[in-house]
Ligand binder design. Structure first.
Ligand code: SF4
Ligand code: SF4
Length: 116
């Protein structure tokens, strides 16, 4: 499952540079699938949703940092553990119980994001 940031976030910014998929954004920031990935142009996610990877998307939270679940791989393929959770001073990077993904699906997602 993807990691999510809870309302307890203190907006310190420590997690953002640690993400290998550029899945973490500051509050109220627009985001793109192409940020920090190899994705360009039209893309189809594993759930069938279609996007333009280079198109700006609306922020998912206006108050605290947020994680784009479709870009989060729990750091699989890069690190042993979620790096955002490892550096967060208030332990507010937690598994999102509503997004169930197997390790295999996370590895496929990592390959999709980076075209490898
Ligand atoms: Fe990024 Fe890893 Fe945190 Fe997911 S778990 S948001 S991939 S740092
Ligand atoms: Fe928020 Fe934790 Fe990230 Fe700091 S490290 S911005 S407290 S989620």
């Amino acid at each position: 499952m993807a990691i999510k940031i809870t309302d307890e976030c203190i907006n310190c910014g420590a997690c953002e540079p640690e993400c290998p998929n550029n899945a973490i954004y500051e509050a109220a920031e627009n985001w793109k699938f192409s940020d920090g990935t190899a994705l360009l142009g039209k893309i189809i996610l594993q759930n069938g949703l279609k996007f333009n990877a280079e198109e700006s998307q609306e922020p998912l939270d206006d108050e605290v940092y947020f994680i784009v679940a479709d870009k989060c791989t729990e750091c699989k393929g890069f690190h042993e553990e979620p790096q955002c959770a490892a550096v967060c001073p208030v332990d507010c990077c937690v598994p999102d119980d509503e997004i169930e993904e197997t390790e295999e699906q996370l590895i496929i997602k990592k390959g999709f994001l980076h075209r490898d």
